[in-house]
Design a protein around this ligand. Structure first.
Ligand code: IVH
Length: 668
């Protein structure tokens, strides 16, 4: 294929992919299957690899991320990013409404919208291409988070229709509940503290350095204002126009945005959503009411901080005041300490609340809590309610709360790593909740899935000194078990059978079950596939670990330090001894002629696709690595591969072979 043909195909594919992306994410009305979509994307990725200079900065391939931002530069906003004046009082909304009608002496129309609970973003487009995305920052200057914003599927990279040539659009980036809960489940899997709420997590995600992580998290975005052009009559009309250019806007048919001309309609909208907001797939914290006509907006103007033509009505969050009786410090399986408040039981949003999360030491310090204080408790979307402040109208408590210095379970001095909010107990081999937590993780459904063994039994086994680590599970006998309280013959047999059956659990799940920090289900699968065996993984250097898809420095470090720990090595020896699956099930290898040699495959081939070649390498005992290093044995160079890779290989003395050479090698 020559360059001109490639350009044509890249253009066509990009348009097709963006069209289907919009059908799927913006309109929720896909026309093609996920598989067909992936095929189009794969083809585009391939073409862009072959013709790197044809890859545009707004190619749909940017959606998957991969670019790293080391430092987010600060950029001046073209128009200051103001905030809204807000109120919790319906009366104040009515006063505001009356005031505006009087000031303008006009029959005003208003637009009611949801107040999304996320992070404000300003995105500028030039000639229909996304140019830049800035956070609010201090309102005058924001941070350039363009690379990360490009991964958000509902943000168009290129516009269509009759868009203005140069404008900015503002909106809110937020974490939908399902994605947020999924992320927290994954964090629980790896023993990491969960995130408190979607808003802060959206904000943190937007500032991650690695855009592929941002891409994987599933942020979403609604647009709420067009700036720099006034081609429409009013705000409502311009929002509808933005939809024609490809933006995701709130659906008028679902009453998510409404143009009204009376205060009673405004209130109707407010009440409707106060009632229905729990059914939305994302968090809102109020309603925004805006004057529709741009002319009237101009007439009304701004105060120092906010426009006079808009107001936010904030929903009252359910909040009660109750007595703080004491604080417990829970120790997780990774040693992370979570403070939990014990409260005088109080009814909140239909349930009785006795405990509330306090997250970490910083939060306790900020609240300046004392035992006996009355504290305000709120229920957000989270499962566990949180303490948001001290009720100063009540008498203050006595003893000031200071975060503990030593582990409440084993007495070891706690540590706090730089830049982390959480305290840890470093006594991983001697601290009971860590030991039990690791065993519970090991037996859990997604890990070894050992039937007949629950957390109470783990507790009993630990108490009786029968189990101190995961390998001990494989040394249990029937007569030890039946002596345990509430353990009959049948349960004991069940347990032993469950333990026995776990010896067939495939390697990827065994790896996950080990509970290595940051190695969740997905990472374990990737590692198992890449290395094929625990031995190979243990032998992998830090650099080799980084070559695996999606493995970054943090995970690589955690893996290395796990396998450098003599305690873990001894444990692994015992697990190996009892016959756990420590290798991926092998397909019958075609041969082992490649004898462990490492290959970088690049360019296009004629007899095989690149994936087929990679498979052939593995089937014949070789391994694939993604970038050329001094340790690479062969660079398998196809047509049209990048000159940089070739040069690097030459420089490092890596053998460069052709497709024909390769075929000859495996035929040998
Ligand atoms: S309009 C001049 N509309 O609420 C300000 N803001 O203080 C124009 N927000 O951080 C903002 N939903 O990001 C507007 N439908 C909506 C909104 C909304 C959420 C956020 C906004 C800002 C804060 C207002």
């Amino acid at each position: 294929m020559n360059k001109e043909e490639a350009k044509l195909e890249i253009d066509q594919l990009s348009q097709q992919i963006e069209y289907h992306n919009r059908r799927y994410y913006v309109m929720s009305d896909p026309e093609i299957s996920d598989y067909d979509f992936d095929m189009l994307l794969e083809r585009l990725i391939k073409l862009e690899e072959e013709f790197p200079d044809l890859a545009s900065p707004n190619s749909p391939t940017k959606r998957v991320g991969g670019d790293i931002t080391k430092r987010f530069e600060t950029v001046q906003h073209r128009f200051p990013m103001l905030s809204l004046s807000n109120t919790y009082s319906e009366e104040e909304v009515e006063d505001w409404y009356d005031r505006l009608v009087k000031m303008t002496n006009l029959e005003l129309e208003f637009v009611c919208e949801l107040k999304y609970d996320g992070v404000a973003i300003g995105i500028s487009y030039e000639n229909g291409e996304l140019k830049q995305a800035l956070t609010r920052g201090d309102g005058t200057q924001g941070e350039n988070v363009t690379t990360n914003v490009k991964t958000i599927r509902t943000v168009p990279l290129r516009l269509h229709g009759d868009f203005p040539n140069d404008f900015e659009i503002r909106g809110e980036i937020f974490f939908p509940w399902d994605k947020f809960n999924e992320l927290n489940r994954q964090r629980e899997d790896i023993g990491e503290p969960t995130f408190a709420n979607p808003r802060n997590t959206a904000s943190g995600t937007l500032k991650l350095q690695d855009s592929s992580v941002v891409a994987s998290r599933g942020l979403d975005c609604y647009l709420y204002g067009v700036y720099g052009v006034e081609q429409a009559e009013g705000h409502f009309e311009s929002v509808l126009k933005a939809a024609e250019w490809g933006f995701k806007i709130p659906d008028p048919a679902k009453n998510m945005i409404k143009k009204v001309s009376s205060i009673s309609e405004v209130m109707e909208f407010v009440h409707y959503w106060d009632d229905k907001r729990k059914q939305l797939p994302f968090e809102i914290d109020g309603i925004v009411i805006k004057v529709n006509s741009y002319a009237a907006q101009e007439q009304l103007g701004f105060t120092a901080k906010s426009p006079r033509w808009a107001i936010a009505y904030k929903f009252k969050t359910e909040r009660v005041s109750t007595r703080l009786n004491s604080i417990d410090y829970q120790v997780g399986r990774t040693g992370a300490i979570t403070p939990v408040a014990n409260l005088e039981p109080v009814s909140l949003g239909g349930t009785v609340v006795k405990r509330a999360s306090l997250h970490n030491a910083d939060q306790i310090e900020k609240l300046e809590l004392r035992i006996g204080d009355y504290v305000f408790v709120e229920k957000g979307g989270e499962i566990i309610p949180k303490i948001v402040g001290v009720d100063e109208t009540q008498e203050r408590g006595g003893k000031e709360v200071h975060f503990i210095h030593d582990c409440p379970e084993c007495g070891t001095a706690l540590v706090r790593n730089e830049g982390e909010a959480q305290h840890f107990c470093p006594n991983d081999t001697g601290c009971p909740p860590q030991i039990k937590g690791r065993i519970e993780h090991f037996i859990s459904r997604k890990a070894m899935n050992i039937d007949g063994l629950g957390s109470e039994t783990v507790d009993a086994l630990f108490r009786e000194g029968l189990v101190h680590d995961i390998a001990d599970l494989y040394e249990l006998h029937f007569d030890q078990l039946v002596k345990l309280e509430r353990m009959g013959d049948k349960s004991a047999n069940n347990l032993l059978q469950g333990v026995e059956e776990s010896k067939n659990v495939p390697f990827a799940r065994v790896l996950f079950a080990l509970g290595i920090r940051f190695v969740g289900e997905t990472v374990a699968k990737k590692l198992a596939k890449h290395f094929g065996s625990l031995n190979a993984l243990m032998a992998a250097s830090y650099e080799e670990l980084l070559e695996v898809d999606e493995i970054g420095e943090k995970i690589a470090n955690a893996i290395r330090s796990y396998f450098e720990n003599p305690v873990q090595l001894a444990l692994i020896d015992r697990l190996r001894g009892v016959g756990l699956q420590l290798e991926s099930e092998k397909k019958e290898a075609a041969s082992d002629v490649l004898n462990g040699a490492s290959f970088v495959v690049s360019g296009v081939f004629s007899a095989f696709s690149r994936d087929e070649i990679k498979q052939l390498i593995e089937d014949n005992g070789g391994k694939n690595v993604s970038s050329v290093s001094a340790k690479t044995d062969y660079l398998l160079a196809g047509d049209k591969m990048g000159p940089a890779k070739l040069k690097k290989a030459e420089g490092l003395g890596v053998k460069i072979i052709s497709e024909d050479d390769f075929i000859a090698m495996i035929k040998a």
